[in-house]
Design a protein around this ligand. Structure first.
Ligand SMILES: [Zn+2]
Length: 88
């Protein structure tokens, strides 16, 4: 495996950025996850980028949970109304 020299930055390798994004947001398949893990084992820049990406996505996720979107609220209300109407 090619080892990368740590240049001290949080910038990922150019060819890895897309892969790292997809692994972080959970849309990557097993092969891509393996590839990214194998790369990060030898690349501190991508490891740091991935960690900050995960932290950012975690914060976004929490923000979404705290503030449900309108569409979801309407869907839940519609389901609730349908259920109570059926109970009559
Ligand atoms: Zn890298």
């Amino acid at each position: 495996m090619r080892l990368h020299k740590d240049n001290g930055s949080d910038e990922p390798c150019k060819h890895m950025e897309g892969h790292l994004n997809r692994v972080a947001d959970g849309t990557a398949g097993p092969l891509r996850r393996w590839y990214v893990r194998a790369h990060m084992a030898g690349c501190p820049m991508c490891t740091r980028f991935f960690a900050s990406l995960k932290a950012m996505l975690g914060r976004l996720h929490k923000a979404k949970e705290a503030e449900p979107n309108e569409e979801a609220v309407h869907r839940i209300l519609a389901t609730y109304q349908a259920a109570t109407a059926a109970a009559d």
